[in-house]
Design a protein around this ligand. Sequence first.
Ligand SMILES: Cc1ncc(COP(=O)(O)O)c(C=O)c1O
Length: 353
Amino acid sequence: MRAQAPYTLAALPARRKLNQNESPFDFPPELKRQVLERVAAQPWQRYPGFAPPELLALLAEHYGWVADGVLVGNGSNELIQSTLSVTLGAGDRVVAPSPTFSLYRLLTAVLGGHYVPVPLGDGFVFDVGSLIDAAQRESARVIVLNSPNNPTGSALPEGAVERILSQTEALVVCDEAYQAFGGPSAIRLLAHSSRLVVLRTFSKALGLAGLRFGLALAHPAVAREIAKGKLPYNVNLMTLAAARTALDHAPMLAARAREVIEIRDRFVARLRVVPGLTVYPTAANFVLLRSRSLPAKELFRRLLDDYGILIRDVSDSAQLSGCLRISIGTGEDMDAVIDALEQILGQSVSGER
Ligand SMILES: Cc1ncc(COP(=O)(O)O)c(C=O)c1O
């Protein structure tokens, strides 16, 4: 474990916070009030429901799956951990595209498993054939597919999960933290395969990152096994109430996600004509770019120090050298990013001449 990098993030203060793929919209005050009233009406000295049946039924209806195949977690991170914890033994192989969400590598190491990264193709598109080859060669126990993929924004092509399920023996974990913003979902495949787990979160499109709520969808027999890796009473009363309220207002929250998509598409179109950048296609609420005319760390610093814009520097790995990730904020945030980039990179491009 000493060789593993911990999962942490320095909390740098900034006027525009575009570094964690959160929603730019706070949970509406009226809904916050409803959550607080719901919680105030309950006895706090009692444990919360173990697997609250009413909430599980609502989640099942919302996502189009069966209630006994739904598990709730303290963020979807917790369900990544429980899924891997009941699946991996010492030396078991986990195949995942690279780069991807780093928690998978860390948790695999914690559990004594062996992590096998498979590079994404040119432009960070998924290389489904290579993933299948690696899973077959390594007799993978688990394949992790994060679509749209963090930090690249790339989505799996249609039909990829079917192909991977049919050509491998692994448990396929589809982390769909960003699926509300684009790309296909694997949920409909749950009816055909018990080797599939789909993870969703309320932290991104639904704007509840601060309250920590996520869920796993799986065949009921598989969900029962994953539940053994979860701590009891893992989701507190407040979070259960907030999840319930979010589901009651799902159409309104979905409209906000659509607004983020519109802001993203306008932003990406403008970003493409800023000099000195390569912009990768994205189906998520963030965009990955490569800085060609200025070192990424310098661009990151200048955005923060001179313009109060905090983005994510992901440039440390060889595959992502020169790369930065920008979360989609409000329209005003993204206008400010474009203005700042034009000023910084306009100068550096003319300075190069
Ligand atoms: C791919 C992916 N999965 C899961 C998470 C964590 O979600 P949660 O807040 O539900 O734990 C993130 C957060 O950045 C993510 O990028």
